[in-house]
Structure formats: structure tokens, C-alpha cells
Write a protein that binds this ligand. Structure first.
Ligand SMILES: C[S@@+](CC[C@H](N)C(=O)[O-])C[C@H]1O[C@@H](n2cnc3c(N)ncnc32)[C@H](O)[C@@H]1O
Length: 292
């Protein structure tokens, strides 16, 4: 079955209803300019489910609990999952060459335990979490003696399934330094994929989680929250930041994407670089300058 003849695009009223639904469930804003994109993506679900119109699909969706599989498929379609290993080299230069060596030094002199907890929030297919694991394997001497746990979470079940499979194609791998690729990955036999070696893979775990809800695991030393809040409006950003504070402790670091648009909302954080913040203390997030 296909979309009703003459209904290639959602109507303006349907766009509004879908946008509200997506915003209420995921915090993601769909602007009127995304009409074509949203139509294309919902149309894929119409094709799979055999539902004839955007309106009918909308009605089906609102009647289902958000825990239903169709919701997972829908959210997977309407959110953006672009990601790859070693995305934004400034982040990884800092993490690999400054943060981790400092941590290692503190375990030698300051009695700090050999322990590291990292959260890759909105991890998509796990490329960011895998980059964290690669940096840890490369920069922490004897890393297998350490207690390193990297949690990756995403709202999309499909993304989480792929993250658990830990298979990266050449495009995802394109920025991995060749020496690290050789040292830390195996080529999947007969297929154009690479997979991290067991000690790297064992540092990572993935599960579904909506950033609008509190996370049960805590505290984290570093949180990567990149290329997701860009799609949120101020109200949902504030909710995410409030949840974020609960999983941080003084000194925890927050790594943001280049265009997240939250610097004015990060009360209680000290700005280290435009994309890097140190958590100081829990403060109700409001619209005001970071660190003020
Ligand atoms: C563009 S990817 C970013 C991946 C990775 N952080 C990076 O920067 O490469 C954005 C991800 O955010 C996820 N996402 C969107 N809304 C979310 C929400 N409310 N809770 C958790 N994840 C969400 C999407 O499913 C998508 O996988």
C-alpha cells in the first residue's frame, strides 16, 4: 500500500501534529523546513506497515504505548544518526593527550583508583563510545588492569542494536589513525567491516535511554553529549541538563558538540574550552551564563 494519491507530503496540520508528538516524546524539534524530510521518513514506515496515509499512521502511533516497537521504528526514522569514530579531533586530542595522562598520573601520585567511567549520551551506533575505548586502550598503560566502563545510550533501538554489534564500515573508520586501527581492530572476514578487539569491546556497554529521563547509572568522570541538543529547544535542553547534573560529581567533565547551543544554560559548570566544561556544583539550570 502507498500514501494516498496526491499526498506525497504531510499537510501543514499533519506536520504540526507530528512535530508536537516527536517533541513530546524525544525533545527533538522538527521545524516547518523539515516537511519534505519528515514526509520521506514517515513514508518509509507507511511502506513497511502497509498503512495508507500519514493521518492514519499518526492515529495508530498515538494509540500505542511509547514502549511499542512501532515507536522505536518511528523514532529511529525521524532522528538523525550521523556519527563516526574520532569525530571532532580537538575532543580526542584533549581526551587522549591531556585528560587520560593526567588521570594516569593521579593514580600514581594521588592515590586515585584505577577506575574510569564515561557516558556517551545519544551515542547513535556506538562510534563515539568506541573512540573512548580506543583512547583508553592507547593512553592507559596496562588498561586491562583498570576498571573502565563506557556506557553508550540512545533513544533509537536500531542504533543501540548496531552499537552492540560493534561493526564499523570503512566510512565510520576513516579517521581512525592507521596504527590504532591495526592495533585495536580486527577485520571481519569476507566483509567490509572492522570490529574492536575483545579487550576494547569489553569496556563498552549499550542500552536504550531517553535523555529526557534520568539515568540510573552514576557518577561519571566524563560525559560526551554531542550533536544531539542541537535538535532540542530550550525547554528540553534544560530538562536534559538537569538530568545530567545528577550523574556528575565535582570535577566531572562534559564534552559538547560544536553547535549544541547550551553554553548559556550551563550554570554550575566552569567553561574550559568552547566545547568542554568542568562540573562544579549542582545548580538549577536556567538561562544565564555558564560559570556565573
Ligand atoms: C547525530 S547522532 C550523534 C551521535 C554521536 N553523539 C556523535 O556526535 O557522533 C544523534 C543521536 O541522538 C539520538 N537522540 C535523539 N533524541 C534523543 C533523546 N531524546 N534521547 C536519547 N537519544 C536521542 C538519536 O537517536 C541519534 O542517534
Amino acid at each position: 500500500m502507498s500514501v494516498k494519491p496526491g499526498q506525497e507530503l504531510v499537510t501543514d496540520a499533519e506536520l504540526k501534529r507530528y512535530a508536537k508528538l516527536i517533541y513530546d516524546v524525544a525533545g527533538v524539534e522538527i521545524s516547518p523546513q523539515k516537511k519534505q524530510l519528515l514526509s520521506n521518513r514517515v513514508r518509509r514506515r507507511l511502506k513497511v506497515t502497509g498503512i495508507a496515509s500519514f493521518e492514519e499512521y499518526y492515529k495508530k502511533l498515538v494509540a500505542l504505548p511509547v514502549t511499542d516497537d512501532e515507536w522505536d521504528h518511528f523514532l529511529q526514522e525521524v532522528t538523525t544518526h550521523e556519527t563516526y569514530l574520532f569525530r571532532d579531533d580537538s575532543n580526542w586530542n584533549w581526551f587522549r593527550n591531556e585528560y587520560l595522562p593526567q588521570l594516569v598520573a593521579e593514580t600514581r601520585t594521588g592515590g586515585r583508583p584505577k577506575k574510569l567511567r564515561v557516558w556517551s549520551a545519544a551515542c547513535s551506533t556506538g562510534d563515539e563510545a568506541c573512540t573512548v575505548a580506543c583512547c583508553a586502550a592507547d593512553a592507559i598503560p596496562g588498561y586491562s588492569q583498570w576498571d573502565v566502563k563506557i556506557l553508550g545510550t540512545d533513544i533509537g533501538v536500531g542504533a543501540v542494536r548496531e552499537a552492540n554489534a560493534a561493526r564499523f564500515n570503512q566510512r565510520a573508520m576513516r579517521l581512525v589513525p592507521p596504527a590504532l586501527q591495526k592495533k585495536l581492530f580486527d577485520e571481519v572476514k569476507g566483509e567490509p567491516f572492522w570490529t574492536p578487539k575483545a579487550p576494547v569491546k569489553s569496556m563498552m556497554s549499550f542500552r536504550q535511554h531517553n535523555l529526557l529521563d534520568p539515568l540510573r547509572e552514576r557518577p561519571f568522570d566524563v560525559v560526551f553529549l554531542k550533536n544531539v541538543l542541537i535538535y532540542f529547544n530550550t525547554e528540553s535542553k534544560l530538562r536534559v541538563i538537569e538530568n545530567l547534573q545528577r550523574v556528575m560529581q565535582p570535577g566531572s567533565m562534559l564534552v559538547l558538540g560544536a553547535a549544541e547551543g547550551v553554553s548559556d544554560l550551563l550554570n554550575g559548570y566552569e567553561r574550559v574550552r568552547p566545547w568542554l566544561y568542568r562540573f562544579v556544583q549542582a545548580t538549577k539550570p536556567t538561562i544565564g551564563k555558564a560559570g556565573s
